[in-house]
Ligand binder design. Structure first.
Ligand code: ADP
Ligand code: MG
Length: 299
């Protein structure tokens, strides 16, 4: 067992951020920790990595109690915090050498990680000059420098553009072949794209814990993942017959929830033409997980 969380409660003053949370993550699994903002995802991850203590309950990582053996736990765990604090004035390679020093990890690991995360062309740039996608790669490299068994990634793709999103997801999938990974997200499709299993948390309580493959299937609803060349009116998209809901991801990227019975794709293409927009990509996905998530969280 890589992560064992048993009856964990976390209080911030009067507020219960986590309420009697229990789950296990097996060695080698890639787990999606899914929940709306404020659900308690970051709090749980900070407890697993030993950055803050739980109020009640126990957490073990690789069989080690995180409160009693926090230093040994940190050797086993790589952590990408939510806001990925990086030293923007440092050069990529210099920063990674610095982090390797902190972990007493061999310097050779820096070159291995630069290679693995695709940072070679950027390694002599200042972190502050990098795009958000490359900064996330630096964050991932930083988390993996000491070759930990378990990776805890807090919203690793938030704020990325669609291309960066795909690249970072692919990178996480690669990493997941060798490591136990727990990643948090509020995007359901992310879980379907990357994770073996999903744990849904809402208001500090675990609401579902299932294999991703068990959640997919017929649901009567599909999600169109559409990328226009420029932003369009979400309200106008919503007026297309069969469209139930429109979520703006960023730029020209939208998730359109539609009835499976009425294929709305031709209408979406027509919409693009009428509005002088080009469709860069469109993908249709099953919406089972999305539905489960929304019915659980009321979002
Ligand atoms: P998520 O990562 O799922 O968005 P968080 O774990 O950050 O959720 O937060 C869970 C709840 O705990 C929220 O209501 C948040 O406002 C609260 N919270 C988080 N950190 C603190 C803190 N340091 N002090 C007080 N409340 C906090
Ligand atoms: Mg968070």
């Amino acid at each position: 067992m890589s992560i064992h969380v048993s009856n964990v409660t976390k209080l911030y003053g009067e507020q219960k951020a986590l309420n009697n949370v229990s789950f296990d993550v097996k060695s080698g699994e890639v787990i999606g920790f899914l929940g709306p903002n404020g659900a308690g995802k970051s709090t749980m991850m900070k407890i697993i990595t030993g950055y803050i203590p739980q109020s009640e309950g126990t957490v073990e990582v690789c069989g080690l109690d995180v409160r009693e053996e926090s230093l040994n736990v940190r050797k086993k765990v790589g952590y990408l915090p939510e806001h990925n604090p990086l030293y923007t004035d440092m050069y990529v390679r210099e920063y990674l050498l610095f982090v390797a020093g902190l972990h007493k990890a061999p310097k050779e690991n820096v070159d291995v990680m630069i290679e693995k995360t695709g940072l070679s062309p950027e390694q002599h740039k200042r972190i502050g000059q990098l795009s958000k996608g490359y900064r996330q790669r630096v964050g991932l490299a930083q988390a993996m420098l000491h070759d930990p068994e378990v990776l805890i990634l807090d919203e690793p793709t938030t704020g990325l553009d669609p291309n960066q999103l795909v690249e970072i997801r692919n990178l996480i999938r690669e990493i997941g072949k060798e490591k136990t990974v727990m990643l948090s997200t509020h995007i359901m499709q992310e879980v379907e794209a990357v994770c073996d299993r999903v744990i849904i948390i809402n208001k500090g309580v675990i609401a579902a814990n299932q294999k991703t493959s068990d959640m997919q299937g017929k649901s009567g609803v599909v999600i169109l993942n559409v990328e226009f060349d420029e932003p369009v009116s979400a309200n106008a998209l919503k007026k297309i017959d069969g469209v139930k809901r429109v979520q703006h991801i960023d730029g020209g990227h939208y998730l359109i929830e539609a009835s499976e019975a009425k294929d709305v794709r031709s209408d979406v293409f027509k919409f693009a033409v009428e509005n002088g927009r080009t469709i860069l990509q469109v993908q249709q996905e099953k919406a089972k997980l999305e539905e489960i998530f929304r019915s659980i969280t009321g979002k």
